[in-house]
Every structure is written in C-alpha cells, then in structure tokens.
Write a protein that binds this ligand. Structure first.
Ligand code: AMP
Ligand code: TRP
Length: 345
C-alpha cells in the first residue's frame, strides 16, 4: 500500500461486493482474498455487502436476502474476521444513501456518461435502465468517502469508478474550499486483477454470465470444478517456455494466472514448472489446486449458512461500528454544504 495522496488522513481500507448470485473465482482472487491480506497486514479495514447497489437491477427480495447472507458467509469463510474488520451490509448504515445524494449533486452528467460499466449493463436498452444504475458510481463514491477511506482494493473493472470517486472528492473540496475528503487510491494488484471467462479468454469472468461453465463458483463441488477446468477453452499448443509465449493466447494466459494466484506464486514460476506441457497435464493440476484451495471455503460457507441468525447478528454489529465512523463524517458534510441541523437526538 502506498502513502495516501493526502497525508492528513490515516490509512483506512474500504471495499464492497454486490450480493447478486454466487461468489465466483474472479471475486475471490481479485477481491476477497486481497481484502483478507489487507486485514492481516494490520491496517483498519471496512468491508461492505452493497445491497443498495444490487437493487439497481431487479432482485427478487428473498433471493437478495439469501445472497446477502451467503456473501457474508463467503467473506468470513475466506478468512475475514468480523472482529478485526468491520463487516456489514450497506442498507443498515443510512449515511451511504444520504452522502450518495449529496454526491449526485457534485458529479456531472458528462462524467457519468463516460462510465463503461453503465454502458455494459444497460446495453442497447439504456432508456429502460433504472435511474439508480446510472447514479450507481456516485453511491460507490459515497461508500468510500463516508469513511474517509484512503485505499480501495478492487479488480481492474472497478478502476474507472474509483477514479470518479477521486474526481468527486476533488470537486467537493474545491467547491467548498475545504480539505475534507481524501483522494482515494485504488489498489489493483496481483496476478488476478482480471480473471477471464473459461469459455472466452477475452471476456471477464462474471457472476452474471448466462453460462455457468464460464466461471468457477465458490459453492461448486470438487467434481464440478474439475469438469469446468477440463472443458475450459484453450488452444492446441503446449504451454510456452517463457511468459512472452503467452502473447496472443488469452485462454492459456488466464489459466496460468489463475494457477499463479491460487498457488501464490508468480506467473513466471508457473511457466517454469509447466513449460512444454500439454493442457491435458496442466488442467488436472490446476483443478486439484483449485479444489484444495476452494473446498475448505465452500465447506465453511455451508456451515455458516446453517445459522443465518448468527450471520445477521454479525452484520448488525458491523453496521453499528460502521455507523459510529460514518455519522460524524456525514454531519460534517452537511455542515460544510450548509444544512441547518437543529434536531436533537
Ligand atoms: P462484483 O461481483 O461486480 O460486485 O465485484 C466485486 C469485486 O470483485 C470487485 O472488486 C471486482 O473488481 C472484483 N471482480 C469481479 N469479477 C472479477 C474478475 N473476473 N476478475 C477479477 N476481479 C473481479
Ligand atoms: N461497484 C463495485 C462492483 O461492482 C461494488 C462496490 C460498490 C464497491 N461500492 C464499492 C467496491 C465501494 C469498492 C468500494 O464490483
């Protein structure tokens, strides 16, 4: 982690994941695993289940509740300790929506029009997308800045949103002549910042891809994981002798990167071990490694999911601790903006 752009702010990490569908390997390697590493490095960490973001597209209410608890279980099973980190769901801390509104009034239409995630998600039918989907990045800026977070670990696809967060902080500070919000740094590191689909090495692995074979879900059993890797799209050549030999071979590169991230070694080390080997050798080794790493997580998730009341208790406790940080920052924001705050209690 590099120093904050703004030395006055103490290092604080914030990140979030949407409770939609099951966690997939890209979320785990690109996000959750790195959240845990940051927690273990001793810095203050706040991790959120962004349910308000999830409803920017239609969610069945019962599925949303389940996905929220399952994501909490996924975080904890991956090593997130709700005592050392703050873990909560966004809607239980009202400051997110409130600061989100203020930022809707700071962000410019021109900035929002450049957001590629909106274009991807709204597709050809942008007229029919929710207003929330369009405003989504301003709410994300609020998530981060409500805690004066200095560092945000995310996958590559979220870089543009963190840059918008920086623009919002800078404009707010400038418009009100204050030095109130930090200019947050995205933390996009490691070999798995963009895990690709197993069916198409040029497409991101995603929870929402219609093809289940395109991704490894954290809830997949050992047989399913092995089958998905066996069927993963590749080219007919053996693995190259050097990393440069992966150029123009997106599927091969993706599998090598996944192996490296799971084994916690560099892609060069993986190539050194498997140089000249066929995928018939590499894929089973990758499947074994993935099963060894992921099945303890899946088992722990299932154990945690058997006691949803305990998960809800953890999220409620986390929300109270998050709110204790957020509310004073929201109050100061309202003071800066010029709101009269005379209500007692
Ligand atoms: P989402 O599932 O869109 O809420 O994403 C949650 C987090 O996982 C974000 O930090 C994403 O950048 C990260 N993420 C999602 N898909 C991938 C992927 N295929 N590779 C790496 N990171 C990912
Ligand atoms: N937009 C992120 C995603 O789709 C989720 C998210 C919402 C987030 N708020 C955040 C990530 C704040 C980091 C920080 O993956």
């Amino acid at each position: 982690m590099t120093a904050s752009a703004n030395a006055k702010f103490k290092p604080r990490v914030f990140s979030g994941i949407q409770p939609t569908n099951h966690l997939q390997l890209g979320n785990y390697l690109g996000a959750v695993k790195r959240f845990v590493q940051m927690q273990d490095s001793g810095v203050e960490t706040i991790y959120c289940i962004v349910d308000l973001h999830a409803i920017t597209v239609w969610q069945n209410p019962e599925d949303l509740r389940n996905a929220t608890r399952e994501l909490a279980a996924g975080y904890i099973a991956s090593g997130l300790d709700p005592k050392r980190s703050i873990l909560f769901n966004q809607s239980q801390v009202p400051g997110h929506a409130e600061l989100g509104w203020v930022f809707n009034c700071v962000a410019r239409m021109g900035w929002m029009n450049r957001m590629t995630q909106f274009k991807d998600k709204a597709g050809k039918n942008a007229e029919n997308a929710s207003l929330g989907l369009y405003a989504y990045p301003a709410l994300m800026a609020a998530d981060i800045l409500l805690y004066h977070a200095t560092h945000v670990p995310v996958g590559e696809d979220q870089k543009q949103h963190v840059e918008l967060t920086r623009d919002i902080a800078i404009k707010f500070n400038h418009d009100f002549k204050v030095d109130f919000f930090p200019v947050t740094q995205p933390v996009i590191e490691g070999t798995a910042t963009r895990v690709m689909s197993l069916r198409d090495g040029t497409k991101k692995m995603s929870k929402s891809d219609p093809s289940d074979a395109s991704r490894i879900n954290l809830t997949d059993d050992a047989d399913t994981i092995a089958k998905k890797f066996r069927k993963a799209k590749t080219d007919p050549d053996p693995l190259p002798e050097t990393i440069d030999g992966l150029a123009g071979r997106p599927e091969a590169r993706n599998l090598v990167n996944i192996y490296a991230a799971l084994a916690e070694v560099s892609a060069e080390t993986v190539i050194a071990e498997f140089a000249g080997k066929q995928f018939g050798v590499f894929k089973p080794a990758l499947a074994d490694l993935a099963v060894a790493r992921l099945s303890p997580i899946a088992e722990e998730m299932a154990r945690l999911m058997a006691d949803p009341a305990e998960i809800d208790r953890i999220l409620g406790d986390g929300a109270e601790r998050a709110d204790a940080i957020a509310q004073p920052i929201l109050d100061q924001t309202y003071d800066i903006v010029g709101m009269v705050r005379s209500r007692r209690g």
